[in-house]
Design a protein around this ligand. Structure first.
Ligand code: 6PG
Length: 493
């Protein structure tokens, strides 16, 4: 899956192909990866000592060169220059651009490989393009190991900028069964938008796994038993990086002694850097329902209010569930079905965003480049890729015939797990949000007619009828006294 090679060999490649700015762990590992793939890379870090330590340490014996100033970095690069920024998202990117842009020449390409907000990428892209240069907003997923051994890479921006970076990106990316895990995501901020969606889906996956854990734990499964359950799941259709590392986590005892497992000693307050929240925010802007991911975001928020929760819990006993022989199998079904719905939401958002922002995102390709290297890599993504290859216009993943059949098969176990969790008082917001999404999406009629009547009652917001075309208003108060009312056609012209 991943290509490894000796550090430091350059054969037949123009020296100084890539400049890399920012030597925190992601930058260091990406630089090593680039060098290992035979590209000459020169690195620069604001703090010179870090550059020197890197060259003398991890990069020793490789072809990586260091520059102590940005002008020296730029000087070292062949034209058109390719500069990768691996600096912390936010003001740091703008600060580097302030210094870097005056040093570059038309045609040069700057790639931002951080987790930048797509609005920032749009703004920076406009600024860089105005200077005659190209800007490639690029999501890089896979954590430290991915950066070193092969991440999933999501570039977006002008096609010319992508073509300039493409040979490097295709070589350093993770390799799946059908090619490198990188593809042109689309125009402007498409790359960072796709990375944001990746991260939202990552939040959803993690929350769903945590809820499966909560249910099994309430039934008395111990960490070693949980490790076995997750390992077994990792052999089947749930196979994924996150399930695999979860099994590993349950095997680790606390070094502090007492025989306890480390996971039981970790404070139950989840952190977040914000990319999951960004996805929820933009989904709200675009009117696309992504309830599983929203639930994952707010679950982290409520988990972080540990003190408040402890005070409110008082003497309330920890929830417990009956440990039935088929519980783990049922949770497996619930987890898989809820995960499909979560991915359906992520893909639906990408489709709408692609239209709204004119990105030109290819959904099958996005599933393909997530199959290896990134945090959400999973066997399921091969099936998602297939579904969008079979029907690029698929309105929702749940409508794919094979996913529809699989969801229907999982439904009884999924409902029973969510129901049992609710009865026991175990929060399972993401699993149940997925089920609500599934049910709402498949409901020919929802109670929204009543909401329309209420809106028309108090605000004359009008409504449409099921039996006549047009827009109507009713005098509801008078109708309530009289016991009947007419629908008055409203001329919207
Ligand atoms: C990845 C990850 C990574 C992300 C961390 C932390 O794809 O490699 O998504 O980019 O920054 O997972 O995210 P949170 O702190 O928001 O959980």
């Amino acid at each position: 899956m991943r290509r490894r090679g000796a550090c430091g060999t350059i054969s037949g490649v123009t020296p100084n192909t890539v400049g890399l700015v920012g030597l925190a762990v992601m930058g260091r590992n990406l630089a090593r990866n680039i060098a290992r793939q035979g590209f000459a890379v020169t690195v620069y870090n604001r703090t010179q000592a870090r550059t020197d330590a890197f060259l003398a340490g991890e990069a020793a014996g490789s072809t990586i060169r260091g520059a102590h100033t940005l002008p020296a970095l730029v000087e070292a690069l062949a034209r058109p220059r390719r500069v990768i920024l691996m600096v912390q998202a936010g003001g740091g990117v703008d600060a580097v651009l302030d210094q870097l842009l005056p040093l570059l020449a038309p045609g040069d390409v700057v790639m931002d490989g951080g987790n930048s907000h797509f609005h920032d990428t749009n703004r920076r892209g406009a600024r860089v393009e105005a200077a005659g240069l190209h800007f490639l907003g690029t999501g890089v997923s896979g954590g430290e190991a991915g950066a070193l051994l092969g991440p999933s890479i999501m570039p977006g921006g002008p096609a010319a900028a992508y073509q300039a970076m493409r040979p490097v990106l295709e070589r350093i990316a993770a390799q799946a069964d059908d090619g490198p895990c990188t593809a042109y995501c689309g125009t402007s901020s498409a790359g960072h938008y796709v990375k944001m969606a990746h991260n939202g889906i990552e939040y959803g996956d993690m929350q769903l796994i945590a809820e499966a854990y909560a249910v099994l734990q309430a039934a008395g499964l111990t960490p070693p038993e949980l490790a076995d359950v997750f390992s077994a799941w990792n052999e089947g259709e749930l196979a994924s990086f996150l399930i695999e590392i979860t099994a590993d986590i349950f095997r680790v005892r606390d070094d502090g002694g007492g025989g306890a497992y480390l996971v039981d000693r970790i404070l139950d307050a989840a952190g977040q850097k914000g990319t999951g929240r960004w996805m929820s925010q933009d989904a709200l802007e675009l009117g696309v329902p992504i309830p599983t991911i929203d639930a994952a975001v707010w679950s982290r928020n409520i988990s972080a209010r540990k003190r408040e929760r402890v005070a409110a819990a008082g003497t309330r006993p920890a929830p417990s569930l009956e440990r039935t022989p088929d519980l783990a199998a049922h949770v497996q079904q619930a987890l898989y079905a809820a995960k499909i719905c979560s991915y359906a939401q992520g893909m639906a958002l990408l489709r709408t965003a692609s239209e709204a922002y004119a990105y030109g995102i290819d959904l099958a390709e996005m599933a393909r480049i997530w199959k290896a290297g990134c945090i959400i890599r999973a066997r399921l993504l091969g099936r998602i890729q297939g579904a969008f290859q079979d029907d690029p216009d698929l309105p929702n993943l749940m409508r794919d015939p094979s996913f529809a059949a699989r969801l229907a098969e999982a439904e009884p176990a999924w409902r029973s797990v969510v129901g049992a969790a609710k009865r026991a008082g175990i929060p399972c917001p993401a699993m149940s949000a997925s089920l609500d999404y599934y049910d709402a999406y498949h409901a020919a009629r929802l109670p929204a007619n009543l909401i329309q009547a209420q809106r028309d009652y108090f605000g004359a917001h009008t409504y449409q009828r099921t039996d006549r075309s047009g827009v109507f208003h009713t005098r509801w108060e008078a109708g309530a006294s009289a016991g009947r009312a007419v629908s008055i056609p409203v001329d919207n012209g």
